[in-house]
Design a protein around this ligand. Sequence first.
Ligand code: AOF
Ligand code: ZN
Length: 437
Amino acid sequence: MTKNAHLWDPASGIARGAVPRDEAERRSRNRKTIRTGRILRAKRNFSYPLLMSDRAADEQFMQQALDHASQGVGLASPNPCVGAVIVGVDGNVVGAGTHTYDGIKHAEILALQQAGENARDGTLYINLEPCSHQGRTPPCADAVIAAGVRRVVASMVDPNPAVAGRGFEKLRAAGLEVEIGAMAEQARRLNEGFARYIRRGVPFVTLKSAMTLDAKIAPSPTLQDASNRATGIPLGGWITGEGARTHVQQLRHENDALMVGIGTILADDPLLTDRSGLLRRRPLLRVILDSHLRIPLDSRLVRSARDGDVIVFFTEDPKEKAICLEEFGLRLEMLTADRGGRVDLHEVMRRLGQLQINSLMIEGGSIVNGAALAASIVDKVFLYYAPTILGESGAVPFATRMGLNGSSFPLKIKSVRVHRFEEDVAVEGYIRDPYED
Ligand code: AOF
Ligand code: ZN
């Protein structure tokens, strides 16, 4: 008989060490129900609310961690939004934390400090891998181990190449149970700006536009009066309704910077501020592409510039105008022109990356939209549609001159989501995956 063979048990009629058939069936049933999350695992050392599966409880606590992380929107950049929740052995939350950049401490450190001794043998829920490196603070993985946490449930690996799995390795090497992937989609969306920035040194770019169903962003300038009468849409006026426009403020709040071309300034005289009413640690950086410095000194943008929150990229140097704009508090940066004589968008991206801008929203007119798509700087689109057909051949299209750089159209938009705002709809989708490309 070989060493591993089962011994025959005459009493039961089955091999010792093998599992009886009805017992095997019972275990298989249990495995299935555990996988589908309907019943409790038989043995456990702490109590969740009864009848809640491990997975449902994990998701509930991870949702709490994500809610804490979301409180860092506008306050954590250029760092990621991270929230942590610690559940003690009795199944209750004993600590929680939200990372903010100015607060320096990482989320799990704040949660551990709140939990104190109650963290021992508990579970840490966190939307990002605990860090393994010495940054402005020592590695969080070491602190989690030192606190005696037994299990770590995390949504995703840290896209920061300085961490990228090493935090999890540390935890596992110290004997902690580590589970990765709870509510990963939500977690990845929350930190898509951070992922692009930390992996590539450039901001994650969202192209936002509001248009009619026939993809026009404004009536023809020459037919402005007639358009007004026919459609009620004034040149430079609102196309979408209040619900969509309130949502745009939310998007502005989620971004570090906003970019338009000089054409938009001349047509609309916009303010381009974050009016969400939510706190942010840095003012929304307003970025203007203005090759020949045509920006009017009496525009609302120039008049409202403060603390370097307006940056103008230009290619020619009309000295007097530049000096004058600087006196108004604008930042001026001369960049090289691309082949079409416009500001090189790749240089703009590099420069904004150097300024620690994680995320940029383009709210440009036709030319900037077309140029951004053609230059492949756009990661995501957020396109609002009002239920109107302008039907005017001279109306301003969503994007023009897209073919100039020879980039590959048609562009495929992935992971599409559709949103509804009263009468309007919005299509959100990705051109590039900030975690992969
Ligand atoms: C975590 N928890 O709450 C945050 C983490 O310069 P530092 O020291 O602030 O470190 C920033 C890096 O640490 C950041 O790029 C990311 O990799 C990680 N952020 N990690 O475990 C947190 N904010
Ligand atoms: Zn950390």
